[in-house]
Design a protein around this ligand. Sequence first.
Ligand code: NAD
Ligand code: UDP
Length: 321
Amino acid sequence: MRILVTGGAGFIGSHLCERLINESHDVICLDNFFTGRRENIFQLLDNPRFELLRHDVIEPILLEVDQIYNLACPASPIHYQYNPVKTVKTSVMGMINMLGLAKRVRARILQASTSEVYGDPLVHPQPEEYWGNVNPIGIRSCYDEGKRIAETLMMDYHRQSKVDTRIARIFNTYGPRMLENDGRVVSNFVVQALRSQPLTLYGAGDQTRSFCYVDDLVDALIKLMNTDALHEPVNLGNPTEFTIKELASEVMEVCRSNSELVHLPLPEDDPKQRKPDITRAQALLGWTPTIQLRAGLERTVGYFRPRILGVPVLQDATPTK
Ligand code: NAD
Ligand code: UDP
């Protein structure tokens, strides 16, 4: 197949492009390089089945493709809050452009939605039936509400125009190729621990998240895309829940670091708890994440260590699969 991956030079997108190329597809990677990097896809640039397009999804584009993975959107709070109006445009106009393309060329389209559609959830863990608790006017709204309207567009294009849609509600995902200055908690803690700097705990650190290793997530995205007639949203994430304090200890152990902890103010509207109910993914995709936090952190630290410390590492730092 010929497959378009928007946001393909970003963290998840680059792993997805690599997997699709390894599965012998032709891949068009489209990116505006806001948070993506050529370095993430460097190993693919010489591959005759790989094509790179510098393009912004808020502008229409016509391409002949069979499938579209729409990942284009900054995902870290500091990046999506940098230009919130652009974040809304990326989710809304980008989604309309990609759905228009899918409709015109009859491509199947998968949208990278997010657990943020549940906001600060009052139901725990979160099943897909939960409608969420989202502040529509807060500093996270540009991302949360942008992704919610993108889901609305997906469902309406499906009902109205029979576009073949898939919605992945992705929970916190981590791994190699996150940016050093990404701002999300796993990369922040790993970089701080390796530099022997204090780990920055926002608030008391009692808030929870459930962390999925990127290889597991990519498996799930490909399974979801290739499962027939599944138009309802599907939660994708690792259901093992950690407090942010527990994550800090895990990272320090894996990095063998003596860093201290420093408490900084909790950002506005920071969700208190988050854990996916993945019953639907297990039943309909036959998917369950297999890489637990310790193993995933070891691979992630293996990626960051030589970058931060400038020394080679003994363990295999290659992002696998
Ligand atoms: P990322 O920031 O590394 O990747 C996003 C990519 O999209 C980057 O390469 C960026 O340059 C590109 N991009 C941004 N705006 C664009 C635009 N207007 N036009 C073209 N390209 C654009 O983030 P990620 O973690 O790889 O996330 C990928 C997708 O998955 C995002 O849509 C994100 O919302 C979603 N998601 C990620 C997580 C997570 O934990 N990583 C969780 C939920 C949802
Ligand atoms: N967080 C933290 N220190 C950091 C970065 C994040 O304590 O250096 C916290 C943040 O307040 C949130 C959790 O870790 O409660 C996850 O934050 P992240 O930005 O990774 O993702 P999201 O809030 O979007 O789930």
